[in-house]
Write a protein that binds this ligand. Structure first.
Ligand code: SAM
Length: 293
């Protein structure tokens, strides 16, 4: 039975193993059964699923996942947690613990070997210091992933689901929304963790699109363009792009492309929708091709 969500039980395990938290690994363990149940419900785990958990800690959420999924693979970087996990998860025969850095694990291989190549569900209370690299790796690489249900810093969740014209809208919003549909499912205060983080948290579910909502000639160029558009937020889009080494066009050509879309030359990057970035990307792509650049 999943018992570690109760604070006294977590404290007892930490004391038994004389565990010291490592700040560098972003260790804030969940100690609230309601939040744990909410995460597991939002992830919609079924007995057919292979779940990948990133950073199981002492196994608090892993216990819940083991009770709902067919199989759980939990990847933990901190070697001091491995004997603890072996103890707290000893009642479950459907879990594998890997002592690895999540950014170095071949997740495609895991999906192939353990799930016949079918998409896996990712569930985690993420270490906040590497939230964006983890999410982008899961979305951009060709790892088969159906959904990602994760605890992140609240500001990061806001940025992922922000729309045009808002202060939170930027390259992360567009990258996430190109690959998935984001939905914040819970806001979580610091007192639900041990130790308490200094920031607010939120659980966000990203449901991967079967097809991206826009089609472009060159996906990598679309993201070069998006990054360049937000690099200098206070500049107009034309000025920002003119300074980018990736956009091999003159200021006049950039302005012509922006006007071709029916936008004013003074427009800022944060006003454009994903569809407009896609149109601009194809427009610039063809201009550059025509000029042999
Ligand atoms: N899942 C546990 C919970 O909710 O109580 C712990 C969550 S804690 C916020 C993040 C966990 O990720 C820690 O156990 C930490 O050691 C682990 N971690 C940090 N960096 C990691 C990495 N690069 N690869 C795998 N695990 C990592």
């Amino acid at each position: 039975m999943a018992t570690l969500g109760i604070p006294q039980n977590t404290i007892a395990v930490l004391q038994k193993y004389n565990f010291t938290f490592q700040k560098k690994y972003g260790q804030n363990f969940l100690i609230d059964p309601h939040v744990l149940e909410k995460i597991v419900a939002a992830a919609e785990i079924t007995p057919e699923d292979l779940v990948l958990e990133i950073g199981p800690g002492i196994g608090t959420m892993t216990q819940y996942l083991c009770e709902h999924a067919r199989e759980v693979v939990a990847v933990e970087i901190d070697r001091n947690l491995i004997p603890i996990l072996e103890d707290t998860l000893s009642a479950y025969d459907n879990v594998t613990i890997l002592r690895e850095d999540i950014l170095k694990v071949d997740l495609t291989q895991i999906a192939k070997e353990r799930n016949g190549g079918r998409p896996v569900k990712v569930v985690a209370n993420l270490p906040y210091y590497i939230t964006t690299p983890i999410i982008m790796e899961l979305l951009e690489s060709h790892v088969p992933v159906e959904s990602i249900t994760v605890m992140v810093q609240k500001e990061v969740a806001d940025r992922m689901q922000a729309g045009p014209g808002t202060k939170d809208y930027g390259a992360l919003s567009l990258a996430v929304q190109y690959h998935a549909r984001p939905e914040v499912v819970a806001k979580v205060p610091p007192n639900c963790f041990l130790p308490r983080p200094t920031v607010g948290s939120a659980v966000i579910r990203l449901t991967r699109h079967v097809q991206p909502p826009v089609r472009v000639e060159d996906e990598a160029f679309l993201f070069d363009l998006i990054r360049a558009s937000f690099n200098q937020r206070r500049k107009t889009l034309a000025n920002g792009l003119n300074n980018s080494p990736k956009i091999l066009l003159s200021r006049e050509e950039i302005q012509a492309g922006i006007e071709e879309l029916g936008l004013p030359v003074t427009v800022r990057g944060e006003a454009l929708t994903l569809e407009q970035f896609a149109q601009l990307s194809d427009c610039f792509f063809h201009m550059m091709k025509k000029r042999g650049r």
